[in-house]
Design a binder for this molecule. Structure first.
Ligand SMILES: Cc1cc2nc3c(=O)[nH]c(=O)nc-3n(C[C@H](O)[C@H](O)[C@H](O)COP(=O)(O)OP(=O)(O)OC[C@H]3O[C@@H](n4cnc5c(N)ncnc54)[C@H](O)[C@@H]3O)c2cc1C
Ligand SMILES: NC(=O)c1ccc[n+]([C@@H]2O[C@H](COP(=O)([O-])OP(=O)(O)OC[C@H]3O[C@@H](n4cnc5c(N)ncnc54)[C@H](O)[C@@H]3O)[C@@H](O)[C@H]2O)c1
Length: 481
């Protein structure tokens, strides 16, 4: 039952991970909830992001492993040449999307959330306009509104997409064909993950990065070792400091590369296909945010750490925003965590999110992961707060499990406070880095110190001992200082 005069206690706009978690959490706590979705239930992650891309990475990863004759022969294994069916790999991803989308939709229905299909917009305080697919437009009221409209791929000016020869991740996840030669623009998460898929499946890859080094958003040490394996080690032709200034679809696709600084034309390339992986933009243009006075920051909705939408820095009552549309760590689990925090505040629990403890991972083979502060950020923090920053490196080549797997190329870098031992961040490249980072993320969430962490017993032989070694090295540094 909703509060007097409102049709619902809560209306959520957008049924991605952020909207899903908010709606489910609210319904499970007795609120009457409606969720509005204009496309497929599940949003980017389920339909065009995490889920299908991880299915492609799983299948192509197996191809890579079985095709690596040198690695297998080190174990004395000799496999027959690998064959794969592109169509079946694509079907695996597609089927997984359908299953997860169905499960998620049923979970919402079971918890009592009303699913409304159509396009939602704000129509003043506590009111939402809903344009249904049959053209009917109606107003609905709710005590609280959560905006969770997510993001879409960013395509820089000068780049024309046709969805077939020049495309973004929205189309790449369908794996409709395998180009002989593909250029990937951008060396962030999407560029790296798809380079992993394409190289495993036999495509030649050129990677184009506008900033001065490839993998510019990753820790420098991690980027160095990861780049050596994931880029140079795979014969990817990587160019940094060049801008893909013009891309014209067709057969072949024509690319103009320009100098980032003076925009002078450097080179023209002709390739079979181009994947544009140059970031994402918030989906907020049609939300009619002006009706409540909200000004976006390049499309991102300003919020505080309780998820309240801000106008001129001050929180609005009853309006909340979560997920990619807020531009904070654009990850599925961030969106979900923000959704829960927003609803807890609606329920009067007074909660704030802790972005520092949210981990991130790139699911390449091997993986890259991180949590907490980057080294530059930690240095600045140390200077401001008058303490010395501790940095230790723990190598996979000293780890029995990694050596047994013949996968010992890996590094963990741990950042901590030398005055009290508190863990500030960690960056890992190596086998199962995505799973390993969780242990450090939990420590960051509890603001734990290396002294207490170093005495915790780790299973032998496991990769988690890489973290144990880092904690012990950090304690040794503390003793010396
Ligand atoms: C290729 C790729 C791989 C990724 N892999 C990972 C990964 O491995 N791990 C990870 O954590 N993150 C990953 N991400 C990021 C992750 O997908 C996003 O961070 C996450 O989906 C954000 O969730 P959200 O709820 O904020 O928005 P979205 O998932 O974008 O959902 C927003 C929903 O709102 C709907 N909508 C928008 N406007 C309206 C409107 N006005 N009315 C009604 N409905 C509307 C949209 O149709 C959409 O369904 C990946 C992204 C991509 C593109
Ligand atoms: N495993 C994961 O968690 C995962 C996987 C995929 C995507 N994501 C999410 O999706 C978001 C988008 O991913 P992404 O890889 O598109 O963005 P990104 O911001 O990580 O990387 C984009 C890269 O493209 C470069 N670039 C931009 N314009 C260019 C141009 N004209 N020419 C050459 N280079 C150019 C940028 O310098 C940058 O390095 C990520 O921020 C992440 O939050 C997460």
């Amino acid at each position: 039952m909703s509060e007097a005069n409102f049709e619902f206690d809560l209306i959520v706009i957008g049924a991605g991970y952020g909207g899903f978690d908010a709606a489910k959490h609210a319904a499970e706590h007795g609120l009457s909830v409606a969720i509005i979705e204009s496309r497929e239930m599940g949003g980017t992650c389920v339909n065009r992001g995490c889920v299908p891309s991880k299915a492609l990475l799983a299948a192509s990863g197996k191809v890579r492993e079985l095709a690596d004759a040198e690695h297998l022969s080190s174990f004395g294994i000799h496999a027959a040449p690998v064959r794969f069916e592109r169509r079946k790999i694509a079907e695996h991803a597609n089927q997984l999307v359908k299953n997860i989308r169905n499960n998620l939709t049923k979970a919402l229905e079971r918890s009592g959330v009303k699913i409304l299909r159509g396009y939602g917009r704000i129509e003043g305080t506590q009111k939402v306009g809903l344009r249904e697919s049959n053209g009917v437009d109606r107003l609905i009221s709710a005590k609280d509104i959560v905006i969770a409209t997510g993001s879409d791929p960013f395509v820089p000016p000068g780049i024309e997409t046709d969805g077939r020869t020049v495309f973004t991740s929205d189309e790449a996840i369908n794996l409709e064909w395998l180009p002989r030669w593909i250029a990937i623009i951008g060396s962030g998460y999407i560029g790296l993950e798809f380079a992993d898929v394409y190289t495993a499946l036999g495509c030649e890859v050129t990677m184009i990065e506008a900033l001065e080094r490839v993998m510019p958003t990753f820790d420098t040490d991690i980027a160095k070792i990861a780049g050596r394996n994931l880029i140079q080690g795979r014969d990817i032709d990587a160019r940094a400091g060049v801008l893909a200034s013009k891309v014209s679809p067709g057969c072949p696709v024509k690319i103009e590369l320009s100098d980032v600084k003076n925009r002078e034309l450097l080179e023209e390339l002709e390739v079979d296909a181009v994947l544009v992986a140059t970031g994402r933009v918030p989906t907020s243009a049609g939300l009619n945010l002006e009706s409540v006075g909200v000004k976006t920051n390049r499309g991102y909705i300003p919020i505080d750490d309780s998820m309240r939408v801000l106008v001129d820095g001050k929180p609005l009552k009853n309006l909340w925003a979560v997920g990619d549309v807020t531009g904070k760590l654009m990850l599925a689990h961030t969106a979900a965590a923000q959704g829960t925090v927003a609803v807890d505040n609606i329920l009067g629990k007074n909660r704030e999110i802790d972005y520092r403890s949210i981990p991130a991972a790139t699911f390449t083979h091997p993986e890259i992961s991180s949590v907490g502060m980057a080294e530059s950020e930690a240095k600045e923090f140390a200077e401001k707060n008058n303490f010395e920053l501790g940095i230790v490196r723990s190598y996979f080549k000293a780890n029995s499990k990694a050596l047994a797997e013949l996968e010992s190329d890996g590094l963990m870098k741990l950042l901590f406070r030398k005055d009290n031992g508190e863990v500030l961040g960690a960056h890992i490249y190596g086998l199962h880095a995505a799973d390993l980072i969780q242990e450090v993320a939990n420590a960051v969430a509890r603001r734990q110190k290396v002294n207490e962490l170093a005495i915790e017993v780790h299973t032998h032989p496991t990769l988690s001992e890489v973290i144990e070694v880092a904690y012990k090295q950090a304690v040794a540094q503390l003793k010396q200082s």
